[in-house]
Design a protein around this ligand. Sequence first.
Ligand code: SF4
Ligand code: SF4
Length: 153
Amino acid sequence: MEKDFSGLIKKLRKINTKKLDDLFLEFHISEFEKIDCLSCGKCCSGLGPRLSETDIDRLASHLKLKSSVFIKDYLRIDEDKDFVFKSMPCPFLMEDNFCIVYKSRPKACREYPHTNQKNMRSILDLCVKNTETCPVVENILQKMEKLNNENKL
Ligand code: SF4
Ligand code: SF4
């Protein structure tokens, strides 16, 4: 279940865009130094990406398949009309949490959990949602909450 970060989010919405992005980036870097994604793998086993046409073509080429065959074998269309993997955990996730298509992985996989993006203010709700999956995002928001409680934000 999501922790209640509503007070923090309200405060973060009032912070200057550049300052907020810098703060996220600083914590993104420091928290990813502490957590090894290969010992976690929760996003790849539970969430999975939306795939664009470019993602599909790149992955199909990586697997030496026609895009139409790749779509038929691996993808389905979800309720938002986006392409997603037919089954989860992701079919390309190995038992040791390695991604066998890492070099050709979808853009959404490259960007997850989005805590080093520009304009973090626009995805604060998504960050709260991602605390359900990603321990890094949860740690980042907890660190910010601590700063907020100490009136340092
Ligand atoms: S393609 Fe790779 S990075 Fe993306 S969800 Fe699958 S295993 Fe994870
Ligand atoms: S959920 Fe977060 S910490 Fe876990 S593998 Fe994904 S990005 Fe890394």
